[in-house]
Write a protein that binds this ligand. Sequence first.
Ligand code: IMO
Ligand code: MG
Length: 428
Amino acid sequence: MAVIAVVGGQWGDEGKGRIIDLLAEKANIVARFSGGDNAGHTVVNPYGAFRLHLVPSGIFYPQVTCIIGNGVAINPAVLLEEIADLHKHGINTSRLFISDRAHLIMPYHILLDRLEEERRNKGAIGTTLRGIGPVFADKVARLGIRTGDLLDRDVFLSRLKSAVEFKNIVLTKVYQVSPLSLEEIYQQYCHYGEQLAPFIRETSSIIREGATKGELILLEGAQGTLLDPDFGTYPYVTSSSPLAGAGCIGAGLGPRGIDRVLGIFKAYDTRVGAGPMPTELKDKTGDLIREKAHEYGATTGRPRRCGWFDAVAGRFSVQINGLSDIALTHLDIYDGFPSIKICTAYKFKGEVLTSFPSDVATLESCQPIYEEVGGWQQSISGVRNLGKLPVAARKYMSRLEDLLSCPISLVSIGPDRRQIVSVRDLFD
Ligand code: IMO
Ligand code: MG
């Protein structure tokens, strides 16, 4: 058994929840390590169809300890609603723990996320408006409030008081909107604190102890590599790191603690929000992918931008995460396509680029150079082993493996737990 980090290889929404739900069958611990409720992890299993924003996707197995790690930002209202919804479906949450170091999303974070987006006007990032940028900014500015603070009302009040005083200056003087009431926020969050107290504890030691015992631990990433604040399409990124390296810091493991890194990629690319996407298809093919795969945001309902697989960005993602394996999802969406394109390089000012540029201005001017491969004309959603996949589908997969220099270990061909083709054992 091992510690496996599971991360998004593209711009998010790759199917991380679906793969975690599958792998968690054998796991002891599943821990979220970054992001917040900007994540929307869709899981379809015998209990129903769920869109998890904060609770780890391993919650459906009674043997799995689920941890919301220190690297996650928590909106308590969203978390409590999610827990209540799980209870309604008969799911036990007594093995869910929340790190006492995780930061809290406060009402002013959500308000400021919207005000900042409005101020950016045409340059808006297209955030999920969940308060993510402001909460992580406060974390590094040492102004944040952590879940552990809720357990001591005096500590909480004093931290909240200094934060609200400062935020109200920004709200009234910079944005010229009404100030927020310290008393109201205090009462509301004390109430959340009472409800969350049984879940809050030091969690990194649970993970390290599990790792020492040789348990199977899954570190569940949120967002995708290209939304990373350092290596993504800055400034069109999120505000916490979705990379495998962040799995160590966001859960409490040392860099030698991760054994395998599984990158989730859709068979095509999608992006929601603003920022460059070289292979975006603003045509009927893009619409076809969107409708067939129902590519609408799980968190915001926004239509996702769809395009061909970008192997330049994909290769970068393999390198920056140190991927050992790939899970390819939504391969069935290509059923019936006469041919499929893969972007193998970019054309930039007459030059051919094979590595992912670090600045958005360059990326925005890049034209994709495509290679076209044959499609398959049958439905693959009932296939359960590699040999039964059409030759063209296997050729598509092996071309991606060559371009990305990483093996595909799992292929998903539908949302159901059984709709999976296992190519290599992830737990050997
Ligand atoms: P999962 O975990 C897709 C995008 C937003 C926006 C940018 C910044 O479901 O893959 P933020 O609210 O984080 O400040 O928004 O990041 N974004 C995601 N896109 N999937 C996600 O999560 C995302 N979380 C944030 O659309 O472009
Ligand atoms: Mg999402």
